[in-house]
Design a protein around this ligand. Structure first.
Ligand code: MN3
Length: 241
């Protein structure tokens, strides 16, 4: 069934025209209200989830989602604002003694914040199934079939060393899709690629429900939770649609 962009956005819980590549209108509005004074820049705030904490049960439990959002994601937002505040102070004072560590902290917390915003959007109570439209065509072109992508994404994600992410991204230089397995938040990525669908495989994302079985969580993410309409809408925006 052909799904229009408007329908895709509606399905994703987003109003048409209120969607940007790195967040929804809620995020933009939140970013417009500084959480902390950071020079002349705007502070970052924790956006609300696009659904209730228990909306993804039985696949992800309410307590996991609550802790993940309120504690872990919130921590990255604090770290991001703190890093920027200190870098801003360094630039203004000329004291460069800690800027190397601060730029690493900025990359870690900033990437962590971005990925979590995308992770919440990458899941849906009505998730799973297969994409259609331009995303489906590009998947078939670049991976042979949806099954080819699914197996590649699941394998890469399950094999991320220690803590990290599974990411399906659009790479504009080669005009193609790529699957990547970033470690932590900021390492092992293709600069400039635009994440379309991301899966958090830090243990805090799944341990209460799946214990040490990361593979079962990744399979459930692909089969039951993956929000393909949002991934398709992000691809359309990345392509300038
Ligand atoms: Mn996480």
């Amino acid at each position: 069934m052909e799904i229009t962009r408007r329908e895709a956005l509606k399905h994703a819980g987003l109003a048409a025209g209120a969607f940007s590549l790195f967040g929804c209108s809620t995020v933009q509005q939140a970013m417009a209200a500084p959480a902390v004074a950071v020079g002349n820049a705007k502070g970052y705030e924790l956006p609300p989830l696009p659904y209730d904490y228990d909306a993804l049960e039985p696949h992800l439990d309410e307590r996991t989602m609550n802790l993940h959002h309120q504690r872990h994601h919130a921590g990255y937002v604090r770290g991001l604002n703190g890093s920027l505040e200190k870098l801003d102070a360094a630039a203004r004072s000329g004291d460069m003694s800690h800027v190397s560590a601060l730029t690493k902290a900025l990359a870690f917390h900033g990437s962590g914040h971005l990925y979590h915003v995308l992770f919440w959007q990458s899941m849906s109570p009505d998730g799973g199934g297969e994409p259609d439209g331009a995303l489906a065509e590009m998947i078939e072109r670049d991976f042979g079939s949806f099954q080819g992508l699914k197996t590649l994404f699941a394998t890469v994600t399950k094999q991320v060393q220690a803590s990290g992410w599974g990411v399906l991204a659009y790479e504009p230089l080669g005009d193609r899709l790529v699957v990547l397995g970033p470690e932590k938040h900021e390492n092992v990525f293709f600069a400039g690629a635009v994440p379309l669908l991301v899966c958090d495989v830090w243990e805090h994302a799944y341990y209460l429900s799946y214990q040490n079985d990361r593979g079962a969580f990744v399979d459930t993410f692909m089969d039951e939770l993956a929000n393909w309409p949002t991934a398709a809408a992000r691809l359309e925006l990345a392509l300038g649609g």
